[in-house]
Design a protein around this ligand. Sequence first.
Ligand code: ADP
Ligand code: MG
Length: 771
Amino acid sequence: SQHTDSFKEKLSVALKEKQELSQASNSLKEMKSFREMLPAFKMKSEFLKAVQENQVLVVSGETGCGKTTQLPQFILEEEISCLRGADCNIICTQPRRVSAISVATRISSERGESIGETIGYQIRLESKRSADTRLLFCTTGVLLRQLVQDPDLKGVSHLLVDEIHERGMNEDFLIIILRDLLPRRPDLRLILMSATINADLFSKYFANAPTIHIPGFTYPVAEYFLEDVLEKTRYSIKSDFDNYEGNSRRRSKQQDSKKDPLTEMFEDIDVDTNYKNYSLGVRKSLEAWSGVQIDLGLVEATIEYICRNEGSGAILVFLTGWDEISKLLDKLKGNNLLGDPHKFLILPLHGSMPTANQWIFPYKLKIVLATNIAESSITIDDVVYVIDCGKAKETSYDALNKLACLLPSWISKASAHQRRGRAGRVQPGVCYRLYPKLIHEAMPPYQLAEILRTPLQELCLHIKSLRLGTVASFLEKALQPPDPLAVKNAIELLKTVGALDEHEELTPLGRHLCNIPLDPNIGKMLLMGSIFQCLNPALTIAAALAYRNPFVLPINRKEEADAAKQSFAGDSCSDHIALLKAFEGWKDAKRSGNEKQFCWDNFLSPVTLRLIDDMRMQFLNLLSDIGFVDKSRGPNAYNQYSHDLEMVCAILCAGLYPNVVQCKRRGKRTAFYTKEVGKVDIHPASVNAGVHLFPLPYIVYSEKVKTTSIYIRDSTNISDYALLLFGGNLVPSKSGEGIDMLGGYLHFSASKSVIELIRKLRGELDKLLNR
Ligand code: ADP
Ligand code: MG
């Protein structure tokens, strides 16, 4: 140990020399003076003193004041200067992959180093770090996984948890663990970083930990609402009503009456289409507007208006997701003025993008199309104009009906304020809000914490794998504990899937699922696919479920798109099979150099397909890591039944259970029932939407969504045999004839000997899963 001590001493001295050298170098002088102008710099000594004197510290400050890039760096510089460089190990968590990379890259260049030396990053399945790394940016998920191996975070000297005000599930989860961990690690320093909202909440949670506020500065930002924007742009709204799910009823009515869709939409709720006279309760209009997609034509018109009539300065547009970003991108490329690549640089920016460095370069006139990632975690300096659609994709969870949905919904006032602030960083700015003022006034003050609005099964598995005790008692310690019913549902689901036993302990299957960072149902589908020789289809379908559907919904050509999807599905009555065939077709087309045409002809997104392809590889690696697949056996070793669609549907049943619908014949049509909510409808985009009578008695589905009615999204028609063999636990019927599933909701009549046979088969199957 004497040997390592002297090595550490030498290393610490070397680090200090390197730091002094780079601080003196000319090329970094400019960087240095930039850093010294940031509001955080003035607080440097106060901050370092507080870190030294307190185990926990909360720091709040306006976005852009230098929290993320400067505070961890101050600690690093201080440690190196005091010759503790070799011992320090600073970790800073980020809620999103893209910010982890972008911040680490930025700090490296501030220090004149390449990424992966002193500053590194690690996100799921990708990292740039080395033995020299002293400051590591990682996603919160990565740190949570590290806690499985290293529950005391041995070797970490400082932990900074960033963007806690967002109240993401992982961050809320992490701080429960940290609060319990701190007494065991008195030398560990914890710094919580937050935007200016609600810092007190966190201080209270950590026994009134001291708070430092970094005062920021922004220029004034003028604000316009929809009323003003419509007047300025002279645009008349034509919303994209075909994509509004709740509108199918209205749409059919509309075909008879040939009315303007907007008039039609608001007819029954009596809102003046000029949005100037509101005769309706605000809540109702909020709800009605929630289902309407953003009018991208208006966004385009607003951008054009700014470029023609206002001064120059970058424009930042807030949209809800990749769909809208890519649609708007296409629109702008076709615009006479904005489509000129010599004058305008149009840049997409969203959370799951692999890297985000391209947009940082100063270049022509920038138009950045972003999701709420640009709200607080990434700063684009030269923004003068903000266009805010007022929405963000948000998951919500209805514990009573066990319904989860990811839908665009109104942002909070806090977010709206944050978005507006993005325009005032370099000079006075303007914020164009594409929604009525009344809606703004009706927005909730803060966004609900994610832990309160998401299904909790993945979190519960995580709690179990970290051996944190019973789920319910652990979650009671949360900053805002989730609804006990949501916890109960999650535990119940994990038991149904077979991940937890009746004592709420992990089963061997549950332990496998903990190692697959995916929804437990999707994880189980992968395991079943590898056991039953359907690996390729399982990988494809699981990747699409975990990421997104590659079918695009064109606004004007819905019928053609439906026909294309239908032709992939054949007579399978399955969206999942359609997806599988589309993916296989794309693979072939790509091999023969025909990718673009194939995607165009079949209404498929090549970007999504490529990402699905990448994810398949990642999933395969996961399965190989946990020993379910031996990659050395080659690609054909697990695919004997991959082209047997009945087998594939059975695997789907195994993965999607208990998402089961009973098909009941009602005259010439079929009605659909689920255990939780009773009658449901098939989503209009599904290949099963037009089917009147199904060949098989059950349907499994990936997702229930509630808009005006409850829809099941992607679905697959399956047989009773698939359910009997791959569904949930079987219980003898009370009547004595046959067996029940889903607590008696599903009943199968069969003779005693058949039941006995099925039981034996199921017993063998469980052994395979639980190995
Ligand atoms: P905060 O975390 O408080 O929101 P940051 O530390 O992220 O602030 O950013 C501080 C400042 O550093 C920003 O205002 C911006 O000017 C600059 N900055 C941050 N990241 C980058 C980057 N990738 N490229 C250029 N400048 C950046
Ligand atoms: Mg930040």
